[in-house]
Design a protein. Structure first.
Length: 354
């Protein structure tokens, strides 16, 4: 019995959840494709050095193993963004900028978090490579919101952050200890004049006002103005908050980061922001499909039609063309109930069961 168990953090998706996963992935990818983002497919595993090289990220969250063919260390991807960066810098390095690419596939983390116990997740997203300007950021955030809405997500909240805020305020200084204290939201351990960076978190308009009052030298003026222009361009029904020092999950982002949440799902459902591929700017987002499945999205009503023995193939084909999912009896003992069908073909017409 033990051999049938899956490792911690892994699970099978059965009907109808597996079907829902496919619909949700398609809804997101179809939406980003309509904005000009072209699909690429990347391998589940590759050499560790190339997996982390594009973004300069750590390998601490990678599941690693030795390739028996080359003897080199390989790793299973924990984030597809770095692979997109590798393609953009390499095989598509000659392509005119901005370069718009989309992707979708499973990722595996070495360890789960308390909020998300899964170690394997479905990640879908889009990257705009070559720019990190306000128009680029506005497009990517808009695409992220529209793709989630197309997947059926409602009551969205957009949480903005400024990942390299401390480096901007204190260039060239060793700020690791300060960042750690801000990450922990430990106001008592932060210098009094910087505590506003923690207390500023909240509804967007109020948070921006607090930051402006703090920014007496105007270091953040352009950045705050850009955030206001971004929010002005977004749907009016979107709830927007700002947490200026939030860095969890934004290890490689630069001046701008964002997360998306829904009142009907658990935890974060998308994340993105600006970053650098070497010296080339980029903006992108990743959506996480599993919380949407767990919330019951895209699990449509089953319309499975049972075809008794002897049903003509031409009749079955006609019913499928009309949108029915047909399940044919293969022996006399087969039944609509056993095949979990909602309808049965009776007197040449679909009839509802029960």
């Amino acid at each position: 019995m033990t051999n049938a168990l899956l490792p911690t953090g892994f699970r099978d998706r059965l009907p109808p959840e597996a079907d829902a996963s496919a619909r949700l992935v398609r809804a997101v990818l179809d939406t980003v494709a309509a904005y000009g983002y072209e699909r690429v497919q990347t391998p589940l595993a590759e050499f560790e050095s190339t997996l982390t090289g594009a973004l300069g990220t750590s390998s601490r969250d990678l599941l690693r193993f030795v390739d028996p063919v080359s003897g080199e260390t390989m790793a299973v991807r924990s984030d597809i963004t770095g692979q997109i960066g590798r393609i953009a810098k390499g095989r598509m390095g000659h392509h005119p900028r901005p370069l718009r690419l989309s992707y979708g596939g499973p990722v595996v983390k070495l360890r789960a978090s308390q909020l998300r116990p899964e170690r394997e997740m479905m990640q879908v997203g889009a990257e705009l490579i070559g720019l990190e300007t306000l128009p680029a950021v506005t497009e990517v955030v808009t695409v992220a919101i529209e793709s989630l809405k197309a997947a059926g997500v409602r009551d969205l909240t957009l949480d903005l952050t400024l990942p390299n805020l401390i480096d901007t305020l204190f260039p060239g200084r060793d700020t690791d200890e300060l960042k750690a204290r801000l990450d922990a939201k430990d106001a008592a351990a932060v210098p009094e004049d910087l505590r506003v960076l923690i207390s500023a978190a909240g509804p967007f308009a109020e948070a921006v006002d607090r930051l402006r009052a703090f920014d007496d030298k105007g270091v953040l003026a352009d950045r705050l103005a850009a955030l206001e222009a971004l929010v002005e361009a977004l749907p009016a029904d979107l709830r927007v908050t700002l947490d200026p020092t939030e860095r969890h999950g934004f290890e490689y982002q630069s001046w701008f980061g964002f997360s998306l949440f829904s009142a009907h799902t658990s935890g974060e459902i998308a994340r993105g922001g600006s970053y650098l591929l070497g010296d080339e700017p980029a903006v992108g987002f990743s959506a996480y499909i599993d919380p949407l499945i767990d919330a019951g999205l895209a699990q449509t009503e089953r319309r499975r039609l049972f075809l008794p023995l002897g049903t003509l193939p031409q009749k079955a084909a006609k019913l499928r063309a009309e949108g029915w999912v047909t399940v044919a009896a293969l022996n006399e003992d087969d039944s609509a109930e056993a095949q979990i069908c909602s309808h049965i073909l009776s007197n040449g017409r679909p009839a509802a069961l029960g």
